[in-house]
Design a protein around this ligand. Structure first.
Ligand code: NAD
Ligand code: AHE
Ligand code: ZN
Ligand code: ZN
Length: 375
């Protein structure tokens, strides 16, 4: 198949909120600096639902969504040396080139090499899509487009991993689990003994809990409007549970009262701007740090009284948990193989690519963390 167009099945989002359609899609060969990957497993993340729902200012249609996956390199374009056909890989929506201003800064995991193209659904070299249906181009998404049997990614957007790792599990290391762990370890740098509050106990929030537990947090307070989340949350390290619906007082006041003045660290893992405010305001005066992880809809803005920051609270955000993707995803895979981090525990459902609309429906049910689709 090297050098040839591949026709395969992919789930196409033709319009926001309209069920995805499994189509025969033509996938062009990888150009210079690109890699064509046979996707074997892909999970759904809440961000896919957000873009599908028309809430993403960068969302373009028709497109092929999906960014949490694992597969095997089918072929590589000219000049690609870091991976070759047969390598097991995880696509990385957050690239790492090692050479750009961002990569060299030592201050961030963001990479500028291909971001301009991935934000508008095309490949960097010719600003074209590698996906088409009978000649009509279909946009890429987040530089990954994993809801397809084959995809084309930039070489800076793919991590080579240990072939011993089960792809049906480690696909989760493409987004949600690293995001939560890294928010704690890299962005907040939670110290032993800290009091932590987590808003939203989906996969990302639970991975924050797991990260906080390994960091030695003394109390891990989970906040969710769905009380059914608490039983599972205990297994990930949450020690106390608060449902805002059980209280008259604003949730920030509830947390401040519970913690003698506020938490050391809080994490917003929902994408709701009023919860982001509450997460900041439940932090302890003088030092409490709040990390925004959730992705808010187009047009939404955060606000608080500046006095909150003047009096020492710190507002931060994180993308992919601050992990440098190509260097650290393989390390996370090894940690999983050594049983140092959970992955299997986040997989509550498994379906096929053809059942993807059912998988999107499942995301709205409290019992679903990650649903993994086999392609
Ligand atoms: P999810 O839908 O599985 O989890 C969200 C949880 O929040 C659910 O348990 C829900 O019951 C709870 N919730 C909703 N409204 C609430 C409220 N008002 N108060 C308390 N709890 C509430 O989603 P997920 O896949 O875990 O993703 C969480 C968020 O993180 C999403 O916004 C997603 O887009 C974002 N995300 C960001 C990054 C990043 O790099 N920054 C990476 C992955 C995901
Ligand atoms: N496209 C949106 C923002 C989406 C967003 O914030 N994405 C997160 C990852 S979510 C993964 O589930 C992120 O890492 N962003 C950094 C980046 O470079 O995209 C918008 O508002 O335009
Ligand atoms: Zn994601
Ligand atoms: Zn870079």
């Amino acid at each position: 198949t090297q050098g040839q167009v591949i026709t395969c099945k992919a789930a196409v989002a033709w319009e926001p909120n309209k069920p995805l359609v499994i189509e025969d899609v033509q996938v062009a060969p990888p150009q210079a600096g690109e890699v064509r990957v046979k996707i074997l497993y892909t999970a759904l993340c809440h961000t896919d639902a957000y873009t599908w729902g028309g809430k993403d200012p960068e969302g373009l249609f028709p497109c092929i969504l999906g960014h949490e996956a694992a597969g095997i390199v089918e072929s590589v374009g000219e000049g690609v040396t870091d991976v070759q056909a047969g390598d097991h890989v995880i696509p990385c929506y957050q690239a790492e080139c090692g050479e750009c201003k961002f990569c060299k800064s030592g201050k961030t995991n963001l990479c500028g090499k291909v971001r301009a193209a991935t934000g508008v659904g095309v490949m960097m070299s010719d600003r074209q899509s590698r996906f088409s249906i009978n000649g009509k181009p279909i946009y890429h998404f987040m530089g990954t487009s994993t809801f397809s049997q084959y995809t084309v990614v930039h070489d800076v957007s793919v991590a080579k991993i240990d072939p011993k790792a089960p792809l049906e599990k480690v696909c989760l290391l493409g987004c949600g689990v690293p995001t939560g762990l890294g928010a704690v370890w890299n962005t907040a740098k939670v110290e032993a003994g800290s009091i932590v509050a987590i808003f939203g106990l989906g996969t990302v929030g639970l991975a924050v809990a797991e990260g906080a537990k390994t960091a030695g947090a003394s109390r891990i307070i989970g906040i969710d409007i769905d009380s059914k989340k608490f039983d599972t949350a205990k297994n990930f390290g949450v020690t106390e549970f608060v449902n805002p619906k059980d209280h008259e007082k604003p949730i920030q006041q509830v947390i401040v009262d519970l913690t003698d003045g506020g938490v050391d660290y809080s994490f917003e893992c929902i994408g709701n701007v009023s919860v982001m405010r509450a997460a900041l305001e439940c932090c302890h005066k003088g030092w409490g740090t709040s990390v925004i992880v959730g992705v808010a809809a187009s047009g939404q803005e955060i606000s608080t009284r500046p006095f909150q920051l003047v009096t020492g609270r710190v507002w931060k955000g994180t993308a992919f948990g601050g992990f440098k993707s190509r260097s650290q995803v393989p390390w996370l895979v090894e940690k999983y193989l050594k049983k140092e981090i959970k992955v299997d525990e986040y997989i509550t459902h498994t379906l096929t690519l053809g059942e993807i609309n059912k998988a999107f429906d499942l995301m709205h049910e409290g019992g679903c963390l990650r649903c993994v689709l086999s392609t």
